[in-house]
Design a protein around this ligand. Structure first.
Ligand code: ADP
Length: 896
């Protein structure tokens, strides 16, 4: 017995168990005890036999149930059964046997509501709550109407039963509440201590990564440094080849270490971005010159477009921006075997001293499968593993890029067509420091990185004295070897103490100092040398030469008073450049200028293609005057027209007159095909080379459902392609496209244009009159019977658009001229609601005389400022046939 009670107490305090389950056990244990007390009370008060028996029955029902629930862990099920017994049997029974409202029952009703609320869950809880309410109402109602059914209590029983119930329920509630508060507090403590533990672990992990990165960097420094000496000095082609392979492998290893370090910093929330002024021009030029080497190796065309209006100085984390661009461009080159890679840099609207710089990187490479796009930015995920197994990579690059872009408050989007190519668009908001435009830049003016990699001794300074301090002797060897050609006098020290001895004897011009050394670290050593009594190198320039990479370290060394900062592994060129910067000019005795850039060596093409922010595209069924298409650079995807002769591209290979005479004069068959998804995908992919965003103005989804769906499906592959359902066709669609293009030219962003189009699409008024329905019936748009009737009775039909659907609005009998007059009067009937700016008359197979007549008739009703005549596209002509024309105009602002 005592053992059982102990076990139950242990269970109650076991935080791994469910709180509600524990509450159930507590509650039922208390209830059992309570029932025992109630039984004693009943006997003392002299309660009715029925009441006493029900208490005894309750006790012996609950006891095995609780035991069973606890033993077989069927707590939830038991709790439901208990609720059932309490709500439907036990409490109503008590009510009827113990005085009804004049007893303890009302208090027990409250208790059972609490039980339901605290112990039950989900829908069962709601069910029992409703039942409990119903049972209580029923009991009260019967008590009120049929009081004789209730076993009465005299005053003594009433008071003692109520008081007893009140005391028992209060005790139970207090215990429950105290237990719950205890559990809540305890769980809070546990969560807090777990959080502390996680923080500690994450700190330990990132310490581990950063020290691992430091430890790996040190031997790589030796490998890369000494390997550079082999490359410089070896005459044997074979050895040079091996050394080049070692160089490539070490670079990959270094890259990996850097990526892992970045990842761990980001994940532990320790990645801090710096905000310093930088020149975007330098960043772009450096990145391009660096990657042009790889592009050149793969014989890829490298196209660079930089908008001249980018501010010359921005504020942000230059190092990370370089890293982002290098990563994405590197991928573009890596995953493209022929064709081109393109970098376009643009800036958005300047506002409040800020500007969004838009980098767009396109390639004609292998592309990414639609289903892989979602995983693209996940760490360690590589797509198409089978196909890419020969391409080096870890799957970390894009994940880091995404996190950097997010940290900068920017956005990265992907548009890719599998097997055709990809476009990554990165938008980074930056503060403007100097708004002077960078002007046109020529990335080819920078020496190529390849040439930079090839060693050129840049200066000699035989009188210069340099000290290198590092606890790893291999590092000392590397540094002194790398400086050999400059003929500077190099001394080395393996500890801070040794360095302090040397600085007592010699005045060094430059001291390269490792940071992490046993006993005395580099920072401390620098301060001691700077303040050394009798020291001869107090005014030396100090360069931190360390394996601690990262922007925050750079800031640390600057703050401590270092004059320079180099990260291991260091290359000959870099250490020389740093030395050259810090040595007094008079010590430089010979300087050989590096050769200029030879433009025949690289395939950079600059400023050839300008990327627009938004390009408007539409299909060839949209009728837009030619000069609008040219003026606003609207791109059109042609539908195809299938004839007995073959398939022709609408308006490209075939014109309206040609197709009409083919169909009408020669009586041959021709019909237009709707566009397919793959056609849209290729079209959008191509357009994304010229623009960062595409808004496609689609034909009404209710007229060409397949084309519309194909466009929507294709757009899903891209992050930057939007489809607008105009609810129109022909000139209505054209008007929307033209208006959208005008908004894009004014610099409106894609979202704003789309919102405006949504408003405008209700304002285009479209209708047209068809001479006969022969072609419509041949294209199965109307039935042949309707076409036959209209021909026989000389019926001319007017078609209009309602809710995006073409509908028959009117029919006229009689001559063409008569019908036209009627149609024009009908179309222009609401004169006040017509915007008089522009009217477009789209026509199929009409003569000049016909058109003049139409124009005259129009001017009888409304005088438009401009009337454009426009020959409908072949695709529309094949459907409507000759003798068709339509009037298209906007509704006035005030009629909206
Ligand atoms: P990796 O180190 O594998 O290149 P990334 O994180 O940089 O890792 O890229 C993740 C995956 O995304 C790559 O493995 C590749 O399958 C795909 N990918 C990235 N950029 C391109 C691109 N320009 N063209 C095609 N696939 C790409």
């Amino acid at each position: 017995m005592i053992k059982g009670v102990k076990k139950i107490i242990e269970y109650l305090y076991d935080w791994r168990e469910d709180v509600q389950d524990r509450l159930f056990i507590l509650l039922t244990s208390i209830a059992l005890t309570g029932l025992l007390f109630a039984l004693v009370g009943n006997i003392i008060v002299g309660e009715s036999m029925l009441s006493m028996v029900s208490t005894v029955i309750a006790f012996f029902i609950f006891l095995p149930m609780v035991y069973f629930a606890y033993k077989y862990r069927k707590i939830r099920e038991t709790a439901n059964v208990v609720a059932f017994i309490l709500v439907f049997i036990f409490f109503p029974l008590i009510y009827f046997t113990s005085g009804g409202i004049r007893g303890g029952s009302p208090i027990w009703f409250v208790f059972s509501v609490l039980y339901i609320g605290m112990i039950l869950r989900g829908n069962v809880r709601i069910f029992f709550f409703i039942c409990e309410m119903a049972v209580a109402v029923m009991c009260y109602y019967i008590d009120y109407t049929h009081n004789e059914l209730i076993m009465p209590h005299d005053d003594y029983e009433f008071f003692s039963d109520s008081l007893g119930s009140f005391i028992i329920v209060s005790v139970i509630l207090t215990m429950l509440m105290s237990f719950q508060t205890y559990v809540y507090r305890r769980e809070n403590e546990i969560t807090k201590s777990q959080k502390d533990e996680i923080d500690k672990l994450s700190k330990a992990q990132s310490r581990f990564f950063s020290s691992m990165s430091h430890e790996i960097r040190t031997p790589i420094n030796t490998i890369i440094g000494l390997n550079e000496m082999i490359l410089r000095e070896s005459q044997s082609e074979e050895i040079r080849d091996d050394a080049l392979n070692i160089q490539a492998a070490s670079n990959i290893l270094l890259h990996l270490v850097n990526d892992i370090l970045d990842m761990s910093r980001i994940q532990s929330g320790q990645m801090v971005l710096s905000e310093t002024p930088y020149s975007p021009k330098d960043v772009i030029m450096d990145v391009v010159s660096m990657l042009s080497v790889q592009a050149k190796d793969k014989k890829l065309e490298f196209i660079v477009n930089v908008a001249p209006d980018i501010p010359s100085v921005l504020s942000g984390d230059e190092v990370r921006i370089r890293q982002i661009l290098i990563n994405v461009l590197n991928n573009a080159i890596k995953y493209t075997s022929d064709g081109f890679v393109m970098l376009s840099v643009q800036c958005g609207i300047k506002h409040d001293g800020k500007v969004t710089v838009i980098y767009s990187i396109s390639d004609s490479g292998i592309g990414i499968r639609k289903e892989s796009i979602d995983d693209l930015f996940s760490a360690f995920k590589r797509m198409d593993e089978e196909k890419n197994r020969n391409i080096e990579g870890t799957g970390l690059g894009l994940s880091i890029v995404k996190q950097f872009v997010d940290l900068m408050g920017g956005k990265i989007t992907v548009n890719s067509v599998y097997t055709k190519g990809s476009t990554f668009i990165i938008e980074i908001p930056q503060a403007i420091v100097d708004d002077t435009p960078i002007g046109s830049i020529d990335p080819t003016e920078r020496r190529s990185a390849l040439e930079e990699q090839e060693y050129h001794q840049s200066f000699e300074a035989p009188d210069a004295r340099v000290l290198v301090v590092d606890d790893a002797s291999a590092n000392l060897l590397v540094a002194s070897k790398l400086l050999k050609e400059t003929k500077v006098q190099v001394d080395t020290a393996t500890s801070g103490r040794e360095a302090l001895e040397l600085t007592l004897e010699k005045a060094y011009h430059v001291i390269f100092m490792d940071h992490l050394m046993p006993e005395m670290d580099g920072i401390e050593c620098m301060h001691l040398i700077r303040n050394q009594t009798g020291g001869l190198s107090r005014s030396a320039a100090f360069v931190a030469l360390t394996a601690n990479a990262g922007t925050e370290n750079k800031a640390l060394y600057e703050k401590e008073g270092f004059d320079g900062y180099l990260v291991k592994p260091v290359r000959g060129k870099t250490i020389e450049a740093e030395l050259r910067r810090l040595l007094p000019a008079e010590l430089i005795s010979a300087e050989s200028r590096a050769e200029g850039f030879s433009s025949d060596g690289t395939l950079i093409i600059s400023g050839q293609r300008k990327k627009a922010s938004v390009v408007i595209t539409t299909s060839s069924v949209a009728d837009i005057p030619e000069d609008f298409i040219k003026r606003y650079d609207i791109s059109i995807i042609p539908l195809t027209i299938e004839t007995e002769e073959g398939i022709f591209r609408d308006s490209v290979d075939i014109d309206s007159d040609g197709v009409l005479s083919y169909m009408v004069d020669e009586g041959r068959e021709a019909h237009m095909n709707e566009l397919r998804q793959d056609e849209y995908e290729s079209f959008f992919a191509e357009q994304l080379q010229y623009a960062n965003n595409i808004i496609h103005i689609s034909v009404s989804s209710r007229v060409q459902a397949n084309s519309y769906k194909a466009a929507l499906d294709a757009a899903r592959t891209f992050d930057n392609v939007w489809i607008v359902d105009t609810g129109q066709i022909s000139t209505g669609q054209g008007l929307m496209a033209y208006t959208a293009a005008r908004m894009a030219a004014e610099g409106m962003g894609p979202e704003a244009i789309i919102n405006k189009l949504e408003e405008l699409k209700k304002e285009v008024v479209t209708s047209f009159i068809v001479d006969n329905m022969d072609l419509l019936s041949r294209n199965k748009k109307v039935s042949p019977i309707v076409a036959g009737i209209t021909r026989a009775f000389m019926i001319r039909s007017v078609l209009g658009f309602r809710n995006g659907k073409m509908q028959l609005s009117r029919i006229y009998f009689g001559s063409r001229e008569h019908a036209w007059k009627k149609y024009i009067a009908y179309a222009l009937r609401n004169e006040k609601t017509i915007d008089r700016g522009v009217l477009i008359i789209t026509h199929v197979g009409l003569s000049r005389r016909d058109l003049l007549k139409i124009q005259e008739e129009v001017s009888v009703h409304v005088s438009f400022e401009k009337i454009y005549f426009h020959k409908a596209s072949p695709a529309i002509s094949t459907t409507t046939g000759p003798g068709t024309f339509g009037l298209f105009f906007w509704r006035t602002e005030n009629s909206r």
